[in-house]
Design a protein around this ligand. Structure first.
Ligand code: C5P
Length: 260
């Protein structure tokens, strides 16, 4: 696809999520298959296939099972695979990786923003497979001290959200389809970059869940994330560790419905 030439939200591409009025509340839910084997992953796909919108395959499962797992989920659940590999390499390698991902049926794939706009544009414009590109803005594991040591300017160290916004602009101008960011930034990203720019937010916790030893810090409820404009919310342990995962997913979909 062609890169966007200005920062203002311009044309609305065909993949616009909100424009699709037929989206159900469950379609907003992205369930990460954070398990070590294909068998466990496919059991979760069977259990949750009717209750979530996308299955996320991350590094753990992909390295353990290989690309066949992407095809297997695709075949079992429809085109519902999000390949979260956070690619970061030279343009030629990125292009080929993206092509491979789309051959296996991934709907979304993640790339790091840190290679800059030129690389993102190159990748976005040479993407014949049609897999949608989501740019990883800033890992939430990075704190102010890390940003300072990595050489970021003081304004970003003081306010990491402003760095997320700048990365969102770079990704949008380059023609990426959307961004991974926290629920705290979703509204600002949508406001500035427009409805068609997909926003996916991890770090989601329903009020009724308590994740033991939770490592997510700046969490947001499903309702707040969707009300802020998130098109997709990544929710793992609150569903996976529930006594009845399908029921937990249904309950979350109910909360999303209330926000829509
Ligand atoms: O809901 P839960 O915390 O269990 O979700 C964990 C999943 O969310 C993991 O797959 C992790 O990679 C992803 N995640 C992410 N970005 C973050 C935090 C978590 O992609 N900032």
């Amino acid at each position: 696809m062609a890169g966007r030439s200005s920062r203002s939200p311009g044309r609305v591409p065909a993949f616009s999520q909100r424009a699709d009025l037929k989206r159900d509340a469950k379609d907003y839910i992205v369930f990460p298959l954070d398990v070590p084997t294909s068998a466990e992953a496919m059991e979760l796909v069977r259990l949750l296939g009717d209750h979530v919108g996308l299955f996320k395959v991350g590094l753990e499962l992909f390295i353990a099972s290989g690309p066949d797992i992407v095809r297997a989920i695709h075949d079992a659940a429809g085109r519902k695979v999000f390949l979260d590999l956070k690619l970061h390499d030279i343009p030629a390698t990125m292009r080929r990786a993206l092509l491979s991902a789309s051959r296996h049926g991934a709907r979304f794939v993640t790339v790091h923003c840190d290679q800059g706009g030129n690389l993102l544009r190159d990748v976005a414009e040479n993407n014949p497979g049609g897999t949608q590109i989501l740019a990883v803005s800033l890992l939430t594991s990075l704190g102010a001290e890390d940003l300072e040591r990595l050489g970021h300017r003081e304004a970003y160290v003081r306010d990491p959200s402003s760095l997320v916004l700048e990365k969102a602009r770079i990704a949008s101008e380059a023609g990426c389809h959307g961004l991974i960011c926290s629920g705290h930034e979703a509204a600002r990203v949508k406001r500035e970059l427009g409805e068609a720019f997909v926003v996916m937010t991890p770090g989601i916790r329903p009020e009724w869940t308590l994740v033991a030893g939770d490592d997510q810090k700046r969490v947001v409820t499903p309702r707040k994330a969707v009300a802020s404009g998130a098109d997709y919310i990544v929710i793992g342990r609150p569903i996976r560790d529930a006594k009845d995962p399908a029921e937990a997913a249904r309950r979350i979909a109910g909360e999303i419905s209330a926000a829509l």
